[in-house]
Design a protein around this ligand. Structure first.
Ligand code: SF4
Length: 316
């Protein structure tokens, strides 16, 4: 059991995965750089990792599939992989945010993965605390948004080992970022590998990445703490709670504008009017971008971002 590589399909507490002696691989982190173009797909995120697994271009010993609180597209794609012979465990976020139900889920996860070593949970919690400090550096303009984003999005699997993640955190140096506008990135992370760089070229510094921020803010040094924290994972809860959380974060990060990134054939696209409404209420400009296949930022998206940056310049 020890040392097994566990593919995760969405946020699964790395505290538990590593404490059970396994290694996590967030399958989504493989997608933006992938050249795979699946023939049968709805959302490219799950279809690309499904193909990578079915073609055995990526090897995992088992899957932990988020089967509640994530999406049914990825659940179906994951079941196709499971039917091809890869063992899987299903992890469910309670929609109610009930801590007792969340505790049952993290206990069942640990039972599937192996025996728990609590010191490892301490180590992961410490790394998350370091990542939160990095987040604040980025927000103060002491770190480029691409570097900050990579640290936050990689907190889901700790880059395959806590030691590697620690090294990445320790190797970050302070810089003085010059920018014109503070931007919040809402929704799923961009499937375009250079998206943060494109924004930076246009003077837009991303101070808040919604989903990656969720990866670093939840943690715990015991199963009870992990359950309490992950029960507040906003993507799995009622939209009212996510909107309340975003309202606070947009104010706290002094976001001057928001870019909402969503994906073709994803149910999160239906949240567009609500996020647009939130930005209207906060009196900040809003831009919605729907993507499909991974790769570099397409020219027409770049043109829309340029127009958005110009508009921000005129309004400031
Ligand atoms: S982007 Fe949407 S459809 Fe695609 S895997 Fe994520 S939640 Fe599912």
């Amino acid at each position: 059991m020890k040392g097994r590589r566990i593919g995760i399909t969405a946020l699964v507490p790395p505290e538990v995965v590593y404490a059970c002696g396994c290694r996590a691989l967030d399958l989504n982190n493989l997608v933006p750089e992938s050249m795979v173009r699946p023939e049968d797909k709805l959302c490219a995120w799950s279809a690309v990792w499904r193909e990578l697994l079915l073609r055995r271009e990526v090897e995992v010993d088992a899957l932990v599939v988020v089967a509640g609180g994530d999406c049914y597209t990825s659940l179906v794609d994951a079941q196709r992989v499971e039917l091809a012979g890869i063992p899987a465990h299903h992890f469910i976020y309670p929609f109610s945010g009930d801590i007792r139900l969340m505790r049952e889920q993290v206990e069942a996860l640990a039972e599937f993965l192996g025996e728990l070593e609590h010191e490892v949970m301490d180590e992961v919690a410490e790394l998350k605390a370091m990542a939160l400090r990095v987040h604040e550096m980025r927000s103060r303009g002491e770190l480029g948004s691409r570097d900050g984003f990579l640290i936050e999005v990689s907190a889901s699997d700790l880059m395959g080992s806590p030691a590697r993640y620690r090294e990445a955190l320790e190797n970050l140096g302070e810089v003085d970022v010059s920018y014109e506008h503070r931007i919040a990135l809402l929704g799923v992370p961009p499937i375009y590998s250079d998206f943060h760089e494109v924004l930076a070229e246009l003077g837009m510094h991303v101070v808040f990445d919604e989903m990656p921020y969720e990866f670093i803010r939840h943690t715990g040094r015991s199963m009870a703490e992990v359950a309490r924290s992950y029960a507040r994972y906003t993507f799995a809860l009622h939209l009212r709670r996510r909107l309340e959380f975003l309202r606070k974060q947009l104010r706290r990060h002094r976001a001057e504008a928001a870019v909402h990134f969503h994906q073709y054939a994803c149910h999160h696209s239906l949240e567009e009017p609500l996020l647009r409404g939130l930005c209207r209420e906060l009196r900040i400009p809003y831009l919605s971008i729907e993507a499909d296949l991974p790769g570099r930022t397409p020219e027409q998206v770049r043109l829309r971002l340029e127009a958005f940056a110009e508009r921000l310049g005129e309004e400031s």
